[in-house]
Design a protein around this ligand. Sequence first.
Ligand code: ZN
Length: 453
Amino acid sequence: MSPTHDTHDTHDTHDTHDTHDTTVTPDATDRSHGDDLLTFVTASPSPYHVVASAAQRLEKAGFEELRATDDWTNGAGGGRYVVRGGALIAWYVPEGAPPRTPFRIIGAHTDSPNLRVKPAPDTSSAGWRQVAVEIYGGVPLNTWLDRDLGISGRLTLRDGSTRLVRVDKPLLRVPQLAIHLDRTANEGLALDRQRHMAPLWGLGGTEPGALLRRIAEEADADFAEILGWDLMLHDIQPPGYLGADEEFIVSPRLDNQISVHAGVTALVAAATARPPAHIPVLAAFDHEEVGSGSESGAQGPLLERVLGRGVAARGGSAEDFNRALAGAFCVSADMSHAVHPNYAERHDPDHHPLPNAGPVIKVNVNQRYATDGTGVAAFAAACERADVPWQPFVSHNAMPCGTSIGPITAARLGVATVDVGVPGLSMHSARELCGARDPGLLARALTHFVTSG
Ligand code: ZN
């Protein structure tokens, strides 16, 4: 019996599950995919680094970058990708595929909730030198306390060029107030987003320019040339494995680098090992954690424009593009909730996803997720072909439900969409947890989703 069988009565009727691996201990294949994910996450402390990590892997597999400002005529065959800030769209056109060939889209996001540096960051209080930060997305603020923090992101120079930067040293820390000075801390920690989250990084008064000067030094950049920046903090503790049999991964930014990494893996596999029947696409958007409304977010025109231009560059008409979209399917891959052992009552009693039992298919009839029955069937069929178990997910009716880029992409492009993801604990924490088997299982399912069916 698979773990899925053990925990989901509703799934016993799926005879396909009888064939699945019954162990929850990661094997060598799972472990090697997990190790590769940890390498990817470590290399990617900011959305800009996620894009660079993905691009590097795509280049290695023969994909070539297309610039949005270039003429794409006769240049959109084979493996290609486009970068826009913290977003990346990549696709593979099999030889001889007509312009109307439907897309199979993997959607994911590159951003994670974190602390971001304010425009005039140098501040101080009571003799401590501090950095002013904004809160990006739904951050459980307590998880950022008492961690050794580095800094990363993008510098924009006077000539308009950008440069990635990262400092992986323990540079900053948001210190928690000692319990002696806050006797009620364990009854619910109250953290003021403005007053209590500023990290310290030295002693002394406010010295305008000090932080950026230090960043410039670390990045080997000329301080005088830096006119703009997008900088954020990250926990420098490396990701790793945890548990009696190392059956869990603990890492920052699993939401949603698990899905970006799995998407890149699937796209490369589709382009190299298995000639796809569709045009596989990876759409890795920025700004999902803050609603997706940006030039590089899912609400923007990026994906539609890139796909449309790709069809036109291959000689297709507007009708060809509409046909390719009408036949398209999108799988929106984003981290999901495993049942929490200490708060099981907050989950629907008949939907208790566990780690290492395969990806979940997320349903919410109020369209917080885009999945309908056809989406469930499409992804479940891909899982069957991949010999990957899957689990159903729906929220407890009295609990708020998360969302993803799935409903946005479905509404924006009019494309059939299914929401899926790896179930984990501590979502949005500075350090999250998932099953060590699950990243590899998701990648296998996605590979089959984009290559066949
Ligand atoms: Zn997410």
